[in-house]
Structures are given as structure tokens and as C-alpha cells.
Ligand binder design. Structure first.
Ligand SMILES: N[C@@H](CCC(=O)N[C@@H](CS)C(=O)NCC(=O)O)C(=O)O
Length: 229
């Protein structure tokens, strides 16, 4: 059984990070063939995906039987359904409900952070004072991450016990917060650190630094700092 996964530049394409982790973190790395495109803009994304109709965004997955699945949450749910032996979601019903809530909120929200502060795994910046329009989003992340840990009784690094799809979906957000020094709140700080130390995340970043080009459109004109590892 082989999946194909079509991704964008590892250093900047946020949802591609999450999709990669959905395979790498759950023991499916040997069942997926990765293709990493280097699109320059949205039209270029569509051009790369023209042979994979009706896909129009990255990541896109092709199932072993040839069906195109776009959208990170669809990829997540499809993998969870196809591999019931793997704990993509927590087995405990309460923890699973929390994890699903978290993943879907990440997928549908946080437009201020997502729209203005691009993921950047190549460069970090000297800590930026969060503009007022994203302070509420940073507070919200701290709130839902703390709540998840409390409700599920998580004592390790991840939000709902063992690493699950919610953590994969939040990995790009953790990277984004790290790059700009937006990880000052206490639960946020340790959760971001957990992602930065995660071997699967580190492998993705190392591959990106080795294989993928810098894209100036995602580099902000801010003083740079060492990557916080
Ligand atoms: N809802 C989609 C969003 C994916 C997405 O927006 N990908 C961007 C690159 S990070 C893209 O392909 N943009 C091209 C476009 O929207 O046409 C998902 O969760 O996978």
C-alpha cells in the first residue's frame, strides 16, 4: 500500500508540515511517497496540481486506489479511518473529543497569525512585541492548550496524552510562534519547545534546510536571531 503526498517548500508551507507529520509520526513513513513542489504563488500551486484534479491546494494526498484527498483535516480523518490500529486520535473518548476540537479550531481559526506571520523554519527573528490584533489569538492558544492538558490529565509534552493528530496540526503554529518569539506564555512555551525538540519535526526542518530554496516573499524585514533550539 503506497500513498502519495504532494507538499510545498518545507521551510514555509505550513499545512504541508502537518501532513508530513501525519505519516512520519505514526509509523507510516514507509508507506508514502513524497513529492515536494516549489510553487512561487497560488497560480503556481494550481499549475503543479493540474494533473491531480480536482486538487488545488497543498498538501494533497493520493490514496493507494488513486483518489485525490485535499485539505489537511480530510487527510487526517482519512488516515485515521484507514488505519484503526494506529492511535491517530486518543483512544479515550473524552481525550479524543478534546483533540478533535483542538484540531478543528486550529484549522478554522487564528487568521491574524496565519495571515500576517508566515511560518519560517529557516530564520527566527529577535522577539517581536505581538501586535494587539494577535494578542487575543495568543491568549486563546494558551487557554485551549492549558485546558486540553487539564481535561485530559496530560502530564507529558503533548496536549492530550500521547502525540496525536491535534499535535501534528499544531506543529506549524508552534514553529510560527517560535520564529517570532511569540511563545512567552507558560503552557505555550513548553508546548512550542516540545515541537522544536520532536525528532520528526527536526527531520523535516533539516531536510528543508538541505533541499529547499529560500523564498524571499516569506522573509520579513526584521532583525534575525538564532533558531531557538
Ligand atoms: N484548507 C487547506 C489549506 C491549504 C492551503 O491553503 N495551502 C496553501 C499553501 S500553504 C495553498 O495551496 N494555497 C494555494 C491556493 O489556496 O490556491 C488545508 O488545510 O490543507
Amino acid at each position: 500500500m503506497t500513498y502519495e503526498l504532494f507538499l510545498g517548500n518545507r521551510l514555509y508551507f505550513s499545512w504541508s508540515i502537518a501532513a508530513y507529520l501525519m505519516f512520519e509520526h505514526f509509523g507510516l513513513a514507509d508507506q508514502v511517497a513524497l513529492t515536494v513542489f516549489q510553487p512561487q504563488d497560488e497560480a503556481d500551486v494550481k499549475r503543479h496540481l493540474s494533473g491531480l484534479s480536482p486538487a488545488r491546494t497543498l498538501p494533497t494526498m493520493r490514496t493507494p486506489e488513486g483518489v485525490i484527498v485535499s485539505d489537511s483535516m480530510a487527510i487526517a480523518e482519512e488516515l485515521a479511518s484507514r488505519h484503526p490500529d494506529i492511535a491517530f486520535w486518543p483512544r479515550d473518548p473524552a481525550a479524543r473529543a478534546v483533540a478533535r476540537t483542538l484540531a478543528n479550531e486550529m484549522h478554522s481559526s487564528f487568521g491574524g497569525l496565519r495571515g500576517n506571520w508566515p511560518v519560517n523554519l529557516r530564520h527566527a527573528y529577535a522577539p517581536v512585541t505581538p501586535p494587539v490584533e494577535i494578542a487575543a489569538e495568543l491568549d486563546r492558544l494558551e487557554q485551549i492548550w492549558s485546558n486540553a492538558r487539564e481535561v485530559t490529565g496530560a502530564t507529558g509534552p503533548w496536549l492530550c496524552g500521547d502525540y496525536c493528530l491535534a499535535d501534528a496540526i499544531f506543529a506549524p503554529m508552534a514553529a510560527r510562534l517560535a520564529a517570532y518569539g511569540f511563545d512567552t506564555r507558560s503552557t505555550t512555551k513548553s508546548y512550542v519547545a516540545a515541537h522544536l525538540a520532536d525528532p520528526a519535526f527536526r527531520k523535516w526542518r533539516t531536510d528543508g534546510l538541505k533541499l529547499d530554496p529560500e523564498m524571499s516573499k516569506f522573509e520579513l524585514d526584521l532583525p534575525q536571531a538564532d533558531w531557538p533550539v
